[in-house]
Design a protein around this ligand. Sequence first.
Ligand code: ATP
Length: 656
Amino acid sequence: MSDPSRAGRDPRRASRWAGVVRTPLGLAAVVLTLALLVLAVVAPMLWSADASAVDTDDILAGPSAEHWAGTDNLGRDIVLRTLVATRLSIGLALGATAIAVVVGLVLGTAPLLLGRRAGRAVVAGVNVAVAFPGLLLALFFAVVFGVGATGAVLAVGFAGAPSFARLVQTLVAGVAAHDYVSAARVAGVGELRILVRHVLPNIAEPLIVNATIGAGSALLSFAGLSFLGLGVQAPAYDWGRLLFEGVGSLYVNPAAAFAPGAAVLLAGLALNLLGESAAKAVGVASPGELSVAPRRRRAARATPLPGPAEPDPQADAPDLVLDVRDLHVGFPARDGRVEPVRGVTFAVRRGEAVGIVGESGSGKSLTALAVAQLLDDLADVRAERLDVLGEDLTAPGGESRRHHLGTSLAMVFQDPMSSFNPTTRVGAQLAEVARHHQGMGRREAMDRAVDRLAAVRIDDAERRVRQYPHEFSGGMRQRAMIGMGLMGSPELVIADEPTTALDVTVQQQVLDLLQAIRRADDVALVLISHDVTVVGDVCDRVLVMYAGRVVEDLPATGLTTSARHPYTRALVAAVPTMDTDLDRPLTVIPGRPVDPADVPVGCAYAARCPLASDRCRAEDPPLAGDGTAHRVACWHAGDPIDVDPGGRPLAQVEAT
Ligand SMILES: Nc1ncnc2c1ncn2[C@@H]1O[C@H](COP(=O)(O)OP(=O)(O)OP(=O)(O)O)[C@@H](O)[C@H]1O
């Protein structure tokens, strides 16, 4: 019987690497590199003695049948010496590359592991170092570490480290922005473990490719250092040293410099071509194609705001899982600061399903990310209160908070493809949560993963846990993501557009699943969507967001009948129903959503609102309750809107 774990091994990865030899250039590079490595091993064994044999009768001889590249000033054969020098030359280059990669990895991953300030200092230091030409740095370090082979290895290694550090920073930042890293953070997994388990495996390929190219450059740097007399010292010799000696007799025997020069050229070319071919085959960027590192994501802690903001009327309920008051999320911008979330207040009770709707850019996701502590470290999160499952996120938290939220808060992201680490089997990713938080052993955690996959209605869960994410369909991946949330005992599930990326046929399955989980264990659900119908069907209550604020908070059942804010009414009117006259253009909300960098005075919706008055353009209405659970922020809440015979607000018809 075949081993299912083997069956699940990612075959695409291996075949990508095999693609290196499918191009003539790649094949030539592989053959040349292998030949070099073989030579490095066998040449000193075969010809070391002959290459050192002094022949005072035949010094500085030109090329001949016996000595193809002539002899040096002690009558030693140049070709043999060049062949024997392969081992030291390649060895030194690989040693220096290893140093560059290790130091680069330490510096490149530091921003992820260290705090914001220290991380930035490291990034700044690396940026300054990258600005210096590599050879200049190598010369500087060669002087610092002293003349000789060891000093040269350290010099070339440290000189190459900044560009590797920059590369690693870029790669780490790219991977750290993926949802599976966010998911691991929500699960309370520490940064070091995230780095080892999720980040490093996903940057290994580009790192190997770039290290190969780096080895080619190191080889050239060595030749340069030895040529300048700063590298390998006699009686040892590498290609650079031979070049140095050959140049001394250039006018007597030019071939003495040509042979080691050609070796450096060939070896450098082989390694560079190999790296470039691998980059193309594997589909990663080589150093020249890499851009400046994008920002990484790390939990931005909320700063307490002085109160008081008017609480959600149900904030006094004893069973709150979420109590958010006056939440602001800002980012540094060119002209100071933009604030896409501008004072959001709401509460969610145990077992309650609350939907958040609004057009793109209204601040829905930022609100959810602030609650899950997943915002970029540049985000400035302020709140009068930000209590999640009884944990005060405006206060510093420790391991126990991480543990509590890791098992009680689950996050489901929009893109099921990026929600899982592509290099790790699904079961192992689910099991990580149980092993980390519940202290389960490998077997027990895997059993639970199987159980949870079965709970989210994935057939043949025993086999599926051993598969990689790409072997799952989109809908299955999304269900598996929900299954990951169920590895602990969640009390709150935050789902950010969980069905947007899915086929319509599986959307309903995922929504049904969320409903079933909620009902079975009295789990609270915050469902973010731009689809009013989805939220209306699934949730008990709906928060309507506009320009970073909640403009209406109403029971889901009242969405079509008792919405009072003109924006909510417009959102509902924009959804086609069975009665919609399909011969007429569909209703749209005129104008554009507000740019967070340019929020107008007064009500942000005024410019698009058919009811807008002078007061609306001057004063921003507060989110006020009417004694029931219904809250609305509008000076004209519930006023009739003149409509045309098709039910479209007249102001909107004019504008469209
Ligand atoms: N890191 C950031 N820096 C600056 N602005 C940001 C950042 N992240 C988000 N924004 C801005 O904040 C606003 C709200 O973003 P958010 O993702 O919360 O919107 P949303 O309502 O969830 O929209 P969508 O439905 O498109 O996801 C957007 O205008 C966005 O451009």
